[in-house]
Write a protein that binds this ligand. Structure first.
Ligand code: NAP
Ligand code: ZN
Length: 376
């Protein structure tokens, strides 16, 4: 039985989570991972993180930087070290060869279950392996909610963002919605697009606003998300900004299976990838499974209200990011969440651990609607 992580190791784990975020928006389909090498006296010897597919794993980077000081050291990592040959050699082997004495694991990797299991490989080599627990473990799992949701539930992690008035409206009765929130909120939305594998909207939004849905105005390298339009009958206009900017499978139109063949063919001819699920109307959970099969681990939904209502009703919204802007639109304006209702307060979606912060003149409320994968 290994001793539980010490206070110094728990601090190092918090630091490793920060390091992991260096790979934000770039690591998928791999997880975000950070690692810290501690000397036997608890001094930080080296740090590492994973930058993305084909790049060094966090543990490998930290071991390389630690050099000879890795011998007898403790390596603290946010995720169970891998035990398989991927594009890079297994980290479990590297840890054994480096002669580390102890490994602190923030969260187990569900994919390791089907393989040799990194933690067991390390133990088998006589390394002391300690697992984090409680809030430490939860924070490490939350870091990789998309990776874990994809691996355990077979669908992408879904984040719903809405920019609503104080009375919960996302567009005027005439369909005007630019702009409800201020510049700082909109800048943040571009950052969030880049953090996700895909951005999704309902077809009414695509028609009314003609958005590009790309991540713009950001510093540094940006990985553009795949853009998904939920559109049962394939009525996304061929002259829309999305279709004109399609190509390289960067735009996906999710239709019902009985969508008009001519509309589907016209979209495909212009480089749009069409996926189909559901009869008459798009089957949203099935569509999410198709997106997961395409390797997409996270979907950032930007409305409108009808799509938001349908996803909430289906219970597939994991995270909520709701901007409340200081203006009032009245009850003929479009609701942020449409076509659905919860007569009992107890049944209404209420995020847990909600936080509220000011972003410019807007209030941003964020919270989690589903349990973390692996949690009951
Ligand atoms: N402020 C904001 O944050 C914000 C964000 C986005 C949009 N907006 C505004 O919202 C308005 C459009 O929103 P909206 O609520 O009318 O429409 P929407 O959510 O953008 O699109 C809804 C449409 O998606 C299609 N769809 C296909 N399968 C579906 C399913 N299973 N469940 C639900 N929808 C499905 C349906 O059309 P088919 O039956 O043809 O498939 C449905 O009518 C625009 O005025 C836009 O400017 C505001
Ligand atoms: Zn590894």
């Amino acid at each position: 039985m290994s001793a539980a992580p010490t206070p110094v190791e728990r601090d190092a784990l918090a630091r490793a989570r920060e390091l992991a975020l260096n790979g934000r928006g770039r690591v998928s389909p791999n997880p975000l991972v950070g690692a810290v090498v501690l000397s036997p006296r608890g001094r930080t010897v080296a740090e590492g993180w994973h930058e993305g597919p084909g790049e060094e794993h966090a543990e490998a980077m930290a071991l390389r930087l630690a050099g000879d000081e890795a011998r007898g050291a403790t390596v603290v990592c946010t995720l169970e070290p891998c035990s398989h040959w991927g594009r890079t050699p297994p980290c479990a082997n590297a840890l054994i060869e480096a002669g580390v004495a102890r490994v602190v694991v923030g969260a187990l990797d569900p994919l390791e279950r089907d393989r040799a299991r990194g933690a067991d490989v390390l133990r088998g080599a006589g390394i002391d392996v300690a697992l984090a627990s409680g809030d430490d473990e939860r924070a490490c799992r939350a870091l990789n909610a998309p990776f874990l949701t994809h691996a355990l539930l077979g669908r992408p992690h879904v984040t719903l963002k809405l920019a609503a008035s104080l009375d919960g409206r996302v567009a005027t009765s005439a369909g005007e919605s630019r702009w409800i929130t201020g510049e700082p909120a909109r800048a943040l939305v571009h950052r969030w697009r880049a953090d996700h594998d895909a951005v999704m909207v309902g077809v009414n939004t695509a028609v009314t606003d003609d958005p590009l849905l790309t991540a713009r105005g950001l510093d540094g390298p940006v990985r553009q998300p795949v853009r998904v339009v939920v559109d049962s009958r394939g009525r996304l206009p061929l002259e829309s900004a999305l279709v004109r900017g399609a190509g390289g499978a960067t735009v996906v139109v999710a239709t019902a299976q009985d969508a008009p063949a001519a509309a589907v063919a016209a979209l495909q001819e212009r480089g749009v990838r069409v996926v189909a699920a559901g009869a008459g109307r798009v089957d949203l959970p099935a569509t999410l499974r198709i997106l997961a099969e395409m390797g997409l681990q996270s979907v950032f939904v930007e409305g409108g209200g009808v799509l938001a209502g349908a996803l909430l009703r289906a219970g597939v919204v994991d995270d909520l990011r709701w901007f409340a802007a200081p203006l009032v639109l009245g009850d003929d304006a479009r609701p942020a969440v449409a076509g659905v209702g919860w007569p009992r307060l107890a049944d209404a979606p209420r995020p847990s651990g909600a936080t509220i912060e000011a972003v410019g003149d807007d209030a941003l409320i964020t919270g989690r609607l589903t349990p973390l994968p692996g949690e009951v």
